[in-house]
Write a protein that binds this ligand. Structure first.
Ligand code: PHE
Length: 451
């Protein structure tokens, strides 16, 4: 007999787990440095526009596909497309993308746990300038033992949670980690904005200067919305497949997207006021979190403990995202090959860990090993985030709006949501059929250098 598919035990459990997937390194590591490099408030406004016009409609579509078919990405596309090989291929592309992202994302997540350990040990205490912070980061991340070791440890945490399944593992982790994360981030925001001189940082985040916006900025904002919302590779689809048909998809999607955006903006308010108060520069790129922040805490009262909080927060945000990536590939193997979840997760964990090892070594022994001028790590990130996610996003929108078609998608969407505002539903139809696919096609072509 076919075992019954697990379902989330509550609406809030689903929302927290899915928001957990969305809230991750993208919000706390990437969003602030993109804001810092691209004009502060103007970038934030642009980002919000992308989230509403493109992100939210595709979030709804992706959850809807999963909930309707109640299967992993491949199984869902197979079912709703009546076994059309092209659409099955799109599902498979999602699973492969999850595999690739997990392999390198887990490496950066490992650094965050490594930084918790180093913070507790007091490694950053006597370092007084960003340059020395950068050197320390290079020496840690280029140590094979440190980098591979924490990559392994983080994979163990991820496997441990997914091992226990949807309600006892993923949902429970979300219910504990997400509220803790919110409390920590609010504490850190309060610490930052109450420092003397913080006002300059606050102004930077609320006074928009649109003269710095170029087409490239628009594309960066759109790409970031995609990555941050975990869109385009079946993570939301898989989580949607555990959702009951009684639940309201549009309203849940609004809560998830709202939480993700709220945390990204809070991350800005956690970092910039403190950075400006200490006279440091916001435009440091990806180095911001690992090179400058650990040093910044040396100048803040209570810095020792706030630094530990900060890296714990980063680790928790990353963990709820790695769990969702792991769940995509696990549910695929469990559904398609009828294997047992427990043993499947362990084996997949070992495989993904091994594939991630070269990424973990990319800052060290493999630094000079490049393909098309990119390190193994950068290459994986480029292919997955800049090509596969947007591609997946376009096809999810086209599938819902045209192939599976609105005629079939709409009744399914209205299950559990029949009292939802009809104008908003009409707007969703317009966005998913026309606006989202066209805008995403633009990001894709531009990241490939065609535009
Ligand atoms: N949304 C996550 C973040 O912002 C990353 C992610 C992408 C997770 C795709 C799952 C799927 O960090």
């Amino acid at each position: 007999m076919k075992p019954e598919r697990e379902q989330w035990s509550s609406k809030i459990g689903f929302i927290l787990a899915t928001a957990g997937s969305a809230v991750g390194l993208g919000n706390i590591w990437k969003f602030p440095y993109l804001v810092g490099e691209n004009g502060g408030a103007a970038f934030i406004i642009l980002y919000l526009i992308c989230v509403v016009l493109v992100g939210l409609p595709i979030v709804i579509a992706e959850i809807l596909i999963g909930r309707t078919a109640q299967k992993n990405p491949v199984g869902s596309f197979r079912e709703l497309s009546k076994s059309n090989p092209f659409w099955i291929g799109i599902g498979l592309l999602g699973v492969i993308t999850g595999f690739i992202i997990l392999s390198y994302y887990n490496v950066i997540a490992g650094w965050s746990i490594g930084y918790v350990v180093e913070s507790i040990k007091g490694t950053f205490e006597n370092i007084d300038n960003p340059k020395a912070g950068g050197d320390l980061f290079i020496s840690l991340s280029s140590s094979s033992f440190w980098s591979v070791g924490f990559h392994f440890l983080f994979m163990v945490f991820t496997v441990y949670i997914v091992y226990f399944g949807v309600t006892k593992g993923i949902e429970k982790a979300g219910k504990i980690l997400m509220p803790t994360l919110l409390i920590l981030i609010i504490l850190l925001v309060i610490r930052g904005v109450t420092l003397e001189g913080a006002q300059k940082g606050i102004n930077y985040l609320i006074q928009a200067d649109f003269s710095v916006i170029t087409t490239k900025t628009v594309l960066l904002a759109l790409g970031q919305a995609f990555f941050s919302l975990s869109l385009g590779m079946g993570a939301l689809l898989t989580y949607g497949s555990y959702m009951s048909k009684k639940e309201n998809i549009p309203s849940s999607a609004i809560s998830i997207v709202g939480l993700d955006t709220f945390v990204a903006i809070l991350a800005g308010f956690m970092i910039f006021p403190a950075l400006f108060a200490l006279g440091m520069q916001p435009d440091q790129g990806p180095a911001l979190i690992y090179n400058i922040l650990p040093i910044m805490f040396n100048y803040i009262p209570g810095g020792y403990i706030f630094r530990i909080f900060f890296f714990l927060l980063l680790s928790m945000a990353a963990l709820t995202s790695t769990i969702s990536l792991m769940e995509v590939i696990t549910s695929f193997v469990v559904d398609e090959l009828k294997t047992k979840r427990e043993i499947t997760v362990i084996i997949l964990g070992l495989i993904v860990f091994s594939i991630g090892v070269p990424s973990a070594l990319s800052s060290g022994v493999l630094k000079d090993f490049t393909i098309f001028g990119l390190t193994y790590f950068d290459l994986f990130d480029f292919i997955a985030a800049n090509i596969f996610l947007p591609l997946g996003g376009i096809f999810i929108a086209l599938f819902t709006g045209w192939f599976w078609s609105i005629k079939k998608a709409l009744p399914s969407l209205l299950e559990g949501a029949d009292d939802f505002n009809p104008t908003l539903i009409k707007t969703w139809i317009f966005l998913i059929k026309f606006v989202a696919p066209v805008m995403v096609l633009i990001i894709l072509l531009s990241s490939l250098g065609v535009l």
